[in-house]
Design a protein around this ligand. Structure first.
Ligand code: ACO
Length: 268
C-alpha cells in the first residue's frame, strides 16, 4: 500500500534537526507548499515543555520560502494537554520563577515566539484540533488563522485554575473571537467548551466528525492553495489589520494592497 506521506521531506534543510524536534515532542513535515507540524508526545497527551515552544519558534524561523500553508495537529487522543505539569515540580530546564522580573520577561517572550510567527502574512495557519485542547494547547490553536475541530474537541483555558494567567499570546485572539464577557467566563471558570458551543462561539470555523478531520483539513488546504499566492498574502495582511485600524485607515490599506495586486497582475 502506498505511504500517504510519500514525497514528504522531513524538516527543512536549514531548520532544526529532526532529533532536536523529536526531543521537543515535535514532528515537522514539509511537502511542497504545505508544512505540517505534529505535536508528537501522545503518551503524555502532547503536553508541552519549554523545548516544545522553542522548537516551534525554530520551525517558524526556518520555514522554507515556498511554504504557504502550515497545519498544526496532535498525535494520539488529544491535540494537547497544555504545559507539561512536571515542569512545575521539577522546575524544568531554564525555568524562570519571577524573582528576576526582567529575566522572566525575556524568558516568556522567547516562549511566545513559538506562537507569534503563525500570524505572518506569508503563510496561512490551520489548527486541526481534536480531543483535549488545554491551556498552552488552546493558545496554540488560537494563534492560528483557522481552526478545524473534530466533534470530540474539548477546549479549556486552565491557567487561572493553576494560579497562572494565559501568557502564550492567547488572551488577545480569545477576546477578539468570543468577546470580553465570554473570555472572562471561560478563563475564570476554566470550564470545558465542547464542539457545538465552540462552533457557535467561533472558536472553530468548522466542526467535523473525528474520523473526517484529516480529510476536512486536506480539502481546506487544497482550497487555500488554489488562491493566487500574492492575493492570499495581501488579504491576510489586510484582514488582520482591520481590527486595529479606523475605517479610514483600513480603506487606505485596501487601496495600497490593491495597487500592489494590480501591478503584479498587469506587470506595471
Ligand atoms: N503534563 C504532563 N503529563 C500529562 C499531562 C500534562 N499536562 N496531561 C496528561 N499527562 C500524562 C498523564 O499523567 C498520563 O501519564 P501516565 O500514563 O504516566 O499516567 C498520560 O499523560 C495520559 O493522561 P491521562 O490523564 O491518563 O489521559 P486522559 O485521556 O484520561 O486525560 C487529560 C487527558 C484530560 C488531558 C488529563 O491528562 C489532564 O487533565 N491533564 C492535565 C491538563 C492540565 O492541567 N494542563 C495544564 C494546562 S495550563 C497550561 O497549559 C499553561
Amino acid at each position: 500500500m502506498a505511504d500517504a506521506n510519500a514525497g514528504a521531506e522531513t524538516a527543512a534543510a536549514a531548520g532544526p534537526a529532526e532529533e532536536e524536534l523529536a526531543a521537543a515532542g515535535l514532528l515537522l513535515e514539509v511537502d511542497g507548499a504545505v508544512a505540517t507540524v505534529t505535536l508528537n508526545r501522545p503518551e503524555r497527551r502532547n503536553a508541552m515543555t519549554f523545548a516544545t515552544w522553542r522548537g516551534l519558534a525554530a520551525i517558524g524561523r526556518s520555514l522554507p520560502d515556498g511554504v504557504r500553508v502550515v497545519v498544526l495537529r496532535g498525535a494520539g487522543p488529544s491535540f494537547s494537554a497544555g504545559i507539561d505539569l512536571s515542569m512545575f515540580s521539577g522546575g524544568g530546564e531554564g525555568f524562570a520563577d519571577g524573582s528576576d522580573a526582567a529575566a522572566t520577561d525575556r524568558f516568556i517572550a522567547e516562549l511566545q515566539e513559538g506562537y507569534t510567527w503563525l500570524r505572518r502574512p506569508e503563510i496561512v495557519t490551520v489548527a486541526a484540533v481534536h480531543g483535549h485542547v488545554i491551556g498552552g494547547g488552546f493558545q496554540l490553536a488560537l494563534a492560528c488563522d483557522i481552526r478545524v475541530a473534530a466533534d470530540d474537541v474539548k477546549f479549556c483555558m486552565k491557567e487561572p485554575a493553576l494560579g497562572l494567567v494565559p501568557d502564550l499570546t492567547g488572551t488577545k485572539p480569545l477576546v477578539e473571537i468570543v468577546g470580553i464577557g465570554r473570555a472572562l467566563e471561560l478563563c475564570l471558570t476554566a470550564r470545558t467548551v465542547h464542539a457545538e458551543e465552540a462552533a457557535r462561539l467561533g472558536l472553530a470555523e468548522t466542526v467535523v466528525p473525528r474520523d473526517g478531520l484529516d480529510t476536512a483539513v486536506a480539502e481546506l488546504v487544497a482550497s487555500l492553495l488554489a488562491v493566487n499566492p500574492g492575493a492570499a498574502v495581501a488579504t491576510k495582511r489586510l484582514l488582520w489589520e482591520a481590527a486595529e485600524n479606523t475605517l479610514e485607515q483600513q480603506c487606505a490599506a485596501e487601496r495600497r494592497e490593491q495597487i500592489g495586486r494590480l501591478r503584479e497582475l498587469f506587470g506595471t
